[in-house]
Ligand binder design. Structure first.
Ligand code: HEC
Length: 128
C-alpha cells in the first residue's frame, strides 16, 4: 500500500472511532430521558423549540449551524456539534453566543450522564 493511502486509512479509522465527536444520538432511550429532563429542569423558561427566541435562543435547529461566540474576550465562529452543545450546558459562560452576550444562562446542576441525555435529545430533534 502506498504511504499516502495508509495515512488516509489511519485518519479514517481514528475519526470513525471517535464517538465523542459523533453527532449521532447514543440511543432513543437516552434521547427520551433527555427530553424529560429538558422539560422538567427549567430549560424551557428560556429556550423554545419552535424557532422563536425567548430569553435564550431556540434550540430546535442548532446542530451543524455556524455560530459566532465570544470566548475569553475573543470572537470566533464554530460549527455546532455534540461537544459544543454539551459545553454550552455544562459551562454556559465558557463560550457565549454573540447575539446573546449580555444575557446569562445559569449553570444547571446536572450530572455528566444527564448532560449527555439532553444533548441526545437536542440532536434528535435537530436531525429530523
Ligand atoms: C435563565 C435562562 C436560561 C435557562 C434557564 C437555560 N438557558 Fe441555555 N442559554 C441561555 C442564554 C441566554 C444562552 C445564550 C448565551 C450563552 O451562550 O450563554 C443559552 C445558550 C444555550 C445553548 C447554546 C445554544 C446555541 O445555539 O449556541 C444551549 C445548548 C443551551 N443554552 C441549553 C440549555 C439547557 C439544556 C438548559 C436547561 C438545563 C438551559 N439551556 C437553560 C439562557 C438559559
Amino acid at each position: 500500500m502506498a504511504k499516502n493511502n495508509l495515512i488516509f486509512l489511519i485518519v479514517f479509522l481514528i475519526s470513525g472511532c471517535d464517538s465523542h465527536n459523533s453527532n449521532k444520538i447514543t440511543s432513543k432511550e437516552s434521547a427520551q430521558k433527555g427530553k424529560a429532563l429538558f422539560l422538567s429542569v427549567g430549560c424551557t423558561t428560556c429556550h423554545s423549540l419552535s424557532g422563536e427566541a425567548r430569553y435564550g435562543p431556540s434550540l430546535n435547529k442548532i446542530l451543524n449551524t455556524d455560530v459566532i461566540v465570544i470566548q475569553g474576550g475573543k470572537e470566533h465562529s464554530l460549527k455546532v456539534d455534540r461537544e459544543y452543545i454539551k459545553r454550552s450546558i455544562q459551562d454556559p459562560d465558557f463560550e457565549k453566543l454573540i447575539d446573546f452576550k449580555n444575557k446569562k444562562m445559569p449553570k444547571p446542576t446536572l450530572t455528566a450522564d444527564e448532560i449527555d441525555q439532553i444533548a441526545d435529545y437536542l440532536i434528535s430533534i435537530n436531525s429530523k
